[in-house]
Design a protein around this ligand. Structure first.
Ligand code: SAJ
Length: 421
């Protein structure tokens, strides 16, 4: 049985470890966080991801998955540690570099090393390969190095890990071949072989594509509201064109991918990446637009209280990384609004109220920022009775059912904002 060390037991590393164990590998999951290691070794998980917990508990019980804080000798090493933005909006590679250096004492000839963390183009060739070669190995001859980005969607990771196509970017063609053999053991999608730098750029442009397209509709929101046109109706109709697929506008773009990856392209070619930079700017500014609309909607109310529904960066996940809701809450507080927060998924200190009823008590607005399924099925007519002013500002356009009872509530979305002045 081949042994794999997976470094980083986060949103990607833990599901990957579980799938590899399920497919016949002996997996050692490495994380510097002791609590995560203890949780996994109890057969439990520290993230909210459907279908993951059962596999982890089964694999831990069968001893095919073991978590540890330090790496050890193995046949294969997979690096899936975070690559956050630093304060200059460049990729912070320190976790990747530390992870690579931590395996150096344990690697042996014929080992395969795979990077899954999102990284700027040329990182494998220019930064990672030299570290390995400095330790006396010859990449492509006695050690095999590849970049294999994941493309899974949080909330559907366990299905997408298996069914999505996978890009394998080898430092050499033999490196790619060796890495592909591992993924072939569990992937049902296509295995697409290329070189490392092409794989690095492909990963980045996939998320940049979405970020730019979301910026386009977020800009359209402002244009349409200025011109008194319902943007949501425009998007719906335009998408009936066979070759048009406008994305959905919202309060901004969050998550650890779309809001981060475009900067990895910008840092490499700042003067060339113009649409990419502008899209980032437009999406990052959406919270300011939302707050300006909240101010407009509540201008006649004394000391308005806003009940924010949903602070996760998107629906049905517990992740608040880069969530535009955090910026919106900060701006609202700076403007003197009283803010309560309700999110059934997220457990964090910034949520002082725990129940939906507590959060809307005497509130003047429900500000819907995440499209959690729970928020689609609420009886808003009943709920608003506890509010001081029954305004709902639905930035995700999820409240659809407007029967006669709904007429008593002011429901504003990004399409009918222009009706408020
Ligand atoms: N959003 C919009 N409008 C849309 C779609 C999304 O405002 O039409 C917002 C969401 O609310 C959220 C953000 O964009 O704040 C990102 O959401 P997402 O669902 O587009 O993406 P992520 O970050 O959850 O996952 C993405 C996925 N990328 C693509 O769909 C191309 C996933 O496949 C990647 O693996 C993942 O990034 C990653 O790890 O890179």
């Amino acid at each position: 049985m081949k042994k794999i060390c997976v470094l980083g037991l986060g949103y990607i590393g833990l599901p990957t470890s579980a799938i590899l164990a399920l497919n016949g590998y002996q997996v050692i999951g490495i994380d510097i966080n002791k609590e995560i290691v203890e949780t996994v070794n109890k057969g439990k998980i520290h993230i909210n991801e459907p279908k993951l917990c059962n596999i982890v508990s089964d694999m831990v019980a069968k001893k095919r998955l073991v978590a540890k804080t330090k790496p050890e000798k193995a046949d294969i090493f997979i690096i899936s540690v975070p690559t956050p933005l630093n304060k200059n909006k460049c990729c912070d590679l320190s976790f990747v570099i530390t992870a690579i250096k931590s395996i150096i004492p344990y690697i042996e000839k014929e080992n395969i090393i795979i990077i899954e963390s999102t990284i700027p183009p040329h990182t494998v060739e220019d930064i990672i390969k030299p570290i390995i070669e400095k330790a006396g190995f010859n990449v492509g001859k006695d050690i095999y190095l590849a970049y294999c980005p994941e493309r899974v969607l949080p909330g559907r990771i366990m299905d997408e890990l298996v069914n999505n196509n996978r890009i394998i970017g080898g430092c050499t063609s033999i490196c790619a071949k060796k890495a592909a053999e591992i993924y072939k053991s569990f992937i049902k999608g296509e295995i697409l072989i290329t070189d490392a730098k092409t794989a690095e750029m492909t990963k980045l442009i996939e998320n940049t594509f979405r970020d730019v397209n979301i910026a386009l509709v977020n800009e359209l929101v402002k244009i349409c509201n200025k011109l008194r046109i319902n943007v949501l109706e425009v998007i719906k109709l335009a998408n009936k064109h066979p070759r048009v697929n406008l994305h959905l506008p919202g309060p901004g773009v969050g998550g650890h991918c779309l809001a981060v990856d475009p900067y990895f392209i910008i840092q490499k070619t700042p003067y060339l990446a113009r649409i990419i930079s502008l899209a980032r700017e437009i999406n990052s500014n959406m919270p300011y637009y939302i707050v300006s609309q909240v101010k407009q909607l509540t201008k006649d109310i004394n000391k308005p209280k806003i009940a924010v529904f949903g602070i996760a960066y998107k629906g049905n996940v517990d992740d608040i990384r880069e969530s535009p809701a955090l910026k919106i809450i900060e701006l609202l507080k700076n403007e003197g609004f009283i803010v309560t927060i309700y999110d059934p998924y997220v457990k964090t200190d910034i949520i002082a109220t725990s129940t939906i009823n507590q959060s809307i008590e005497n509130a003047d607005m429900i500000l819907l920022l995440a499209d959690h399924n729970e928020f689609k099925n609420i009886n808003y007519v009943k709920l608003v009775k506890k509010m001081r002013t029954p305004i709902i500002f639905d930035t995700k356009n999820i409240i659809k059912k407007i029967d006669n009872n709904f007429k008593k509530i002011k429901i504003i979305n990004l399409g009918n904002l222009f009706t408020i002045d």
